[in-house]
Design a protein around this ligand. Structure first.
Ligand code: AMP
Ligand code: MG
Length: 307
């Protein structure tokens, strides 16, 4: 993160090259899509994704939409059924996000899907986002480029006003077209209305709140939580607990030995999955400070502990 005002680069070949270089180096960069300006980071790099959360000051982790260059790149990350292929053929590139089963072994950071076995994917149409995808060669996680609880930005100046000195670079290509976040569909369920109208879909969809417990098909939860009991603020393991450490408490594995909340956020979901897969019957987590990304980590752990 930068300490001074972000540089605003006007769209062009040199600007795209610089943005792609910053992104492959692990830095989030703000750039336009046809919906709103997004804060984009390499979705294969957990630390880069944690920096999105740090910049936005989001108090909780929810799954982020991953942007890819084309259907082939999407199929490398997720498993498509006939419905999903039809929707992709009709609306990609465009403002439609499909929530699909994550492909085994897909190189996507656990923080991107917030530990879920599904992934929200979209092929954007905007020339700037397309150019950065092509040049960086990375799938890009990109929520709206505004501080948490702020209004989604439709101009570079909105991003600068909202994220101020928390990001280093903004790619400016004028106002966005839709000004509204993408329509999100999971199976035949509408998770979020958006620029693609329901009436234009090739089948009827059921409406379900974004934070609804169950999304079709199957019974996929929108929030991952380990199957085992979870105890917070543990200074030492009790019984056969698997202890996830932080700072001075090493545990069976640590979120961050140096007590860095950005590193801890980057490792959180992978650590929970490993704890769930261990032989221990329950999980304990060392105290995590409440400041910065610690707030989002504690939010997710608290929800996982009280189910
Ligand atoms: P945004 O803040 O525009 O990036 O939108 C993120 C939203 O996409 C989340 O709040 C979810 O509603 C949805 N989403 C993304 N990925 C998933 C997923 N794997 N499962 C369910 N919903 C998802
Ligand atoms: Mg937003």
């Amino acid at each position: 993160m930068a300490d001074s005002k972000p540089r605003i680069l006007r769209y062009g070949m040199a600007a795209v090259a610089e943005v792609a270089a910053r992104i492959t180096a692990g830095e989030p960069v703000a750039l336009p899509t046809e919906t709103v300006y997004g804060l984009a980071a390499d979705a294969t790099d957990a630390q880069a994704v944690a920096r999105i959360y740090a910049a936005k000051g989001r108090p909780s982790f929810n799954p982020l939409i991953v942007h890819v260059a084309d259907l082939a790149a999407a199929e490398a990350l997720a498993v498509f059924d006939a419905d999903a292929r039809m929707l992709a053929a009709m609306f990609w590139p465009g403002p439609l996000t499909l929530v699909l089963p994550l492909r085994d072994g897909a190189a996507i950071a656990g923080l991107v899907t917030a530990g879920l076995p599904t992934i929200g994917l979209r092929v954007p149409r905007h020339r700037a986002m397309q150019a950065v995808l092509a040049t960086s060669g990375r799938p890009l996680a990109a929520p709206s480029a505004n501080a948490s609880n702020g209004i989604s930005p439709t101009r570079a100046a909105h991003v600068a006003a909202s994220l101020g000195d928390r990001i280093g670079l903004i790619l400016d290509d004028g106002p966005t077209e839709a000004g509204l976040e993408s329509t999100i569909i999971a199976g035949r369920t509408l998770l979020r209305p958006g620029p693609i109208a329901i009436a234009d879909l090739p089948f009827a969809v059921e409406r379900r709140a974004e934070d609804g417990a169950v999304i079709a098909p199957g019974q996929l939860k929108t929030h991952y939580a380990p199957a085992k009991p979870l105890r917070l603020n543990a200074l030492a393991p009790e019984g056969d607990e698997w202890l996830i450490g932080f700072g001075a408490i090493p545990g069976d594995e640590t979120l961050s030995a140096r007590g860095d909340v950005v590193e801890a956020a980057a490792r959180l979901f992978d650590a929970l999955h490993r704890a769930d897969a261990s032989d221990a019957r329950s999980i304990a987590v060392a105290p995590i400070p409440a400041d910065g990304l610690g707030e989002a980590i504690n939010d997710r752990l608290t929800r996982a502990a009280h189910r």
